[in-house]
Design a protein around this ligand. Structure first.
Ligand code: SAH
Length: 340
């Protein structure tokens, strides 16, 4: 059975016309799919012969809500979806003044092994298809009733470890005939895989790239991020991305007590952020039950931020949305898997 939801409109049209059906049937089918309809026999304006053809060719599946949590503090909504093979991933909907942002997963699990992250604890199970990523956006909108204007690939998984499917997803979600979300409203977050960053630079997809830097010295970075490819090598690839796309990079920096929060780290981070005018986003580490690492104190974070400010760096401290619902990705899936 073929993966219908991951096809580009032109590919779908070709398959349908090759089978002898008129091209406009592809558009009708796409309309049903974009409403979340996942049963060919419910697609009432399609002729029977066409529905039988579709049924014989393609498997259709809707992600099922295993858990839905709504933050009492800020309205952040978190979904745990059951996928076609029974595995699960998380999607988070965050509401900001400028619109709704959805944070999607790109893999079931992750193989990068970051010491502070819940998503990597059970390793990588599999990649998500482009269609599954599209469905995270679509079903979040359908199940919450809230339209999404921004997307961040900051959920479970490493997007650049699943780059073919991520590129396909980016092209599909931004397609004029599809959901049509502008690439400039999409952020791809990476732990820093240089070849992946270079490949993305060549795809003519002007998404915002965020590097999860988390430490300005290789010695510290390799300790907390075992897949560290070397800071200089990663930054070189980021400079290439900026040169190719004109899109400014940002750094994510989780503040971890006594690990990466010293004044020396702040000065070194400023030195790395200055060329290319990189935006730095400081995140108080989210507590993960299985992990021993702790968040830096609010005073330490303030002092760290002050140093960066004094060095002329554009820096913000991330607001903690959904802190009452384990909104740090991977945590809900971990908890669910432990209870079933
Ligand atoms: N693999 C990608 C995207 C997924 S993680 C990446 O590494 O960027 C999204 C962000 O959350 C990353 O910056 C990641 O390092 C961070 N993160 C993971 N666990 C965290 C925790 N416990 N507290 C704060 N940030 C965390």
């Amino acid at each position: 059975m073929k993966d219908l939801l991951s096809l580009y409109p032109s590919e779908l049209e070709k398959e349908i016309t090759d089978a002898g059906f008129p091209a406009f049937r592809a558009r009708q089918l796409t309309e049903w799919l974009s409403k979340g309809c996942r049963r060919f026999d419910s697609m009432s304006n399609l002729p029977k012969a066409f529905r039988i053809f579709l049924d014989g060719q393609y498997e259709l599946f809707a992600p099922e809500v295993l858990r839905k949590q709504v933050s009492q503090i800020d309205g952040t909504v978190k979904f745990l979806w059951k996928l076609v093979d029974g595995h699960s991933v998380e999607t988070v909907l965050m509401q900001y003044r400028y619109g709704n942002t959805v944070c999607i997963s790109s893999q079931v699990g992750c193989r990068q092994g970051c010491a502070f992250c819940a998503s990597t604890i059970g390793g990588l199970i599999r990649n998500l298809t482009a269609g599954e990523m599209l469905d995270e956006v679509l079903f979040t909108e359908l199940c919450s009733g809230k339209p999404v204007s921004n997307i961040v690939l900051m959920g479970i998984g490493e997007p650049l470890d699943n780059l073919d499917n991520v590129i396909r997803f980016l092209r599909l979600i931004s397609d004029k005939r599809g959901r049509n979300i502008g690439l400039r409203h999409i952020t791809v977050s990476t732990c820093g895989i240089p070849e992946g960053i270079s490949r993305l630079s060549e795809e003519n997809l002007p998404v915002t790239l965020t590097l999860s830097l988390h430490a300005p010295f290789d010695e510290i970075r390799s300790r907390i991020m075992p897949s560290n490819h070397g800071i200089e090598c990663v930054l070189e690839a980021c400079r290439g991305y900026y040169a190719a796309t004109g899109r400014r990079i940002s750094f994510e920096y989780a503040m971890i007590r006594d690990v990466n929060d010293s004044a020396e780290c702040a000065h070194r981070l400023a030195r790395l952020a200055k060329p290319g005018n990189v935006h730095v986003n400081l995140i108080p580490l989210n507590y993960v039950e299985e992990r021993v690492l702790k968040a830096s104190s609010p005073e330490t974070i303030r002092a760290f931020q002050t140093i960066l400010n004094q060095e002329g760096i554009n820096v913000t401290v991330r607001r903690r949305l959904g802190s009452d619902i384990d909104a740090s990705c991977g945590q809900l899936r971990r908890k669910y898997n432990r209870t079933v």
